[in-house]
Design a protein around this ligand. Structure first.
Ligand code: ARG
Length: 563
């Protein structure tokens, strides 16, 4: 149930009836004494019509029909409206799954997108897990989600590598070896002009479909993809092989795209290259930064592929929204692609194009997170370390190794790494801190997983069977009410995650819910209370547990029954 939407709509109809213009600007109340929700829109609406905000607020309240929804509506401060929900309304909030949208859209979600010449490293985590979470939320709301793993599987780096392997006769089926070969190939490429040229010829042969080159390429890509899929599986990321739509798959459309852009009069030749100049991309000196789509040697670029990919997404996949979960450093690239794509008619104004950008993961020294030797940390190693560290934490907590240690350590360790990332506002950089993320206190996944398992243990100790609990939620004590209000806000919060692509809203919500549960449990004993109270409170506990589990699931994080 979307309470915010419901209340906003009622308030805005009251505005309309009073001839006012504006939005309700509804928020969850910041303090319990302000009720459950607060509408801040009256001030702006009153200002616009030159009226006194307090008087306008009184008129709005008189006009407002919230029978059965709110038990108290009052004016606060200069013209805020505070709303306290009615108990009978809270009783109707029984859904623990996101409610389905009435307006299902097709959302293409572009995430992960590693470059296949290398093993996946720490720099791939953010795109992979943030994108995965938002895709899950959209899907849970009933939208059609098309995942697109835009892997870098084409271009110069592959020419280098294939030429190197061919010339040295090196051969291996281990990706770590390939990575060493890649490094050696890169060095030779930078130092040896002839090798550089031969590598370029290999790229040409590859793009022209030379069978032998292609077969080497296939073998190598296949190995790389298996490596990525294995990591996705370990991380609980839903990407499958079918979601891979790599750069290479757009190869045949690159030349036609240039023609199409030329026909649309968007291309300008500059130093032999084909460029798109758009006025909005001026630098400080007033020069336009071009989007180059074809190099002077005839080669195509990352941008050209993205133009074709955009067309594929809007025209073939029928996207209403295209969400790109890519590092903030590519911000200019996407601004240009979106603007050029719109100018070329690849995406109509009705299609949302969003660069859901994110910052960098930093080490404790506030520099990009690296190994002591200064290398990028491999994703596989990071996950291993997470499991190892969570084993230690668990052994300390339990005073020994529990028999289900392997499973526990994995769910808790990997969950901790993911949650630490998902719980931060993605647009900023953040410091990677093992101790913080594995702590059982604070806004961490072990804390939430623990809260969940504690609820399960209440049930295992209770003599009341779950299936005998009433369907409805009822509240009597204030702590019960506060918990129920949080439960009721689940859908509103998910809407925000779906719209803006910020998983930290979901994390913040779950953290708040767990905190309210703790308060409730402290103030309202469950197992020792009289039957009537016990049943009511068990029902609230059950509902809280389900939302914790479902919320964590949407983050791609598991729960355990006992911790
Ligand atoms: N492979 C790219 C990189 O590592 C990310 C791909 C993002 N998606 C896109 N459509 N450009 O930077």
């Amino acid at each position: 149930m979307k309470i915010k939407a419901l209340l906003s709509q009622r308030i805005e109809s009251a505005f309309e009836a009073l001839g006012l213009q504006g939005q309700a600007m509804l928020q969850a109340a910041s303090r319990p004494e302000f009720g459950d929700y607060q509408a801040n829109g009256v001030m702006a609406a009153a200002k616009r019509s030159g009226q006194n905000p307090k008087e306008v607020a009184a008129q709005v309240i008189a006009q407002l029909d919230l029978k059965g929804i709110a038990k108290d509506v009052s004016i606060a401060g200069p013209g805020f409206i505070n709303i306290t929900l009615a108990e009978e309304f809270l009783a109707t909030i029984c859904n623990t799954q996101p409610s389905k949208t009435e307006n299902p859209l097709t959302a293409v979600v572009d995430y992960s997108g590693p470059n296949l010449a290398k093993e996946m490293h720490i720099g791939h985590i953010r795109s992979t897990i943030i994108g995965d979470c938002v895709a899950r939320v959209l899907e849970a709301q009933g939208h059609k989600v098309v995942r697109q793993n835009h892997v870098g599987d084409w271009g110069t780096q592959f020419g280098m590598l294939l030429t190197y392997l061919n010339e040295t006769g090196e051969n291996s089926d281990a990706l770590s070896d390939i990575e060493d070969f890649y490094r050696a190939a890169k060095q030779r490429f930078d130092e040896d002009e002839d090798f550089k040229n031969r590598s370029r010829q290999t790229v040409v042969a590859l793009q022209a479909g030379d069978e032998q080159v292609l077969s080497h390429w296939h073998r190598f890509i296949d190995m790389s993809i298996s490596h990525c899929q294995h990591l996705y599986q370990r991380m609980g990321v839903e990407l499958t092989r079918d979601d891979i739509k790599g750069e290479s798959s757009y190869n045949d459309e690159l030349a036609p795209m240039i023609e199409q852009l030329a026909k649309a009069n968007l291309l300008t030749e500059s130093e032999g290259a084909q460029c798109i100049f758009l006025d909005e991309f001026k630098n400080k000196d007033g020069d336009i930064l071009p989007l180059i789509v074809r190099k002077s040697d005839g080669g195509y670029l990352y941008a050209t592929t993205d133009m074709v990919a955009l067309q594929h997404r809007t025209q073939t996949l029928g996207a209403d929204r295209v969400l790109y979960f890519v590092d903030a450093r590519q911000s200019l690239h996407f601004k240009q692609i979106f603007a050029a794509g719109r100018a070329a008619g690849l995406a109509s104004e009705h299609v949302e194009l969003s660069h859901m950008q994110f910052g960098t993961m930093l080490g404790k020294d506030n520099k990009p997170f690296k190994t002591r030797q200064g290398a990028l940390i491999k994703l596989a190693d990071l996950l291993d370390e997470a499991i190892e560290r969570s084993q230690k934490v668990l052994a300390e907590k339990r005073g020994g190794a529990p028999e289900d240690m392997a499973h526990l350590a994995e769910v808790i360790g990997i969950g901790a790494v993911k949650y630490a990332d998902l719980s931060k506002n993605r647009t900023s950089d953040y410091v990677f801190d093992w101790d913080q993320m594995l702590s059982f206190e604070g806004n961490t996944s072990p804390y939430l997983q623990y809260a969940y398992s504690r609820i399960q243990s209440i049930f295992s100790k209770s003599d009341v069977a779950r299936d005998t609990l009433p369907e409805q939620i009822t509240t009597v004590d204030e702590a019960e009410r506060r918990l129920a209000v949080a439960i009721a806000g689940f859908d509103d919060m998910l809407d925000l995650v779906a719209k803006e692509g910020y998983p930290h809203y979901l994390c913040g919500y779950l953290y708040d819910l767990a905190g309210r549960f703790t308060q409730f449990y402290e103030q309202c004993p469950i197992l020792t209370s009289a039957d009537q109270d016990k049943v009511r409170r068990l029902r609230l506990a059950e509902q809280s547990g389900e939302i914790l589990a479902n919320g964590l699931e949407l983050l791609g994080i598991g729960v355990v029954e006992r911790m």
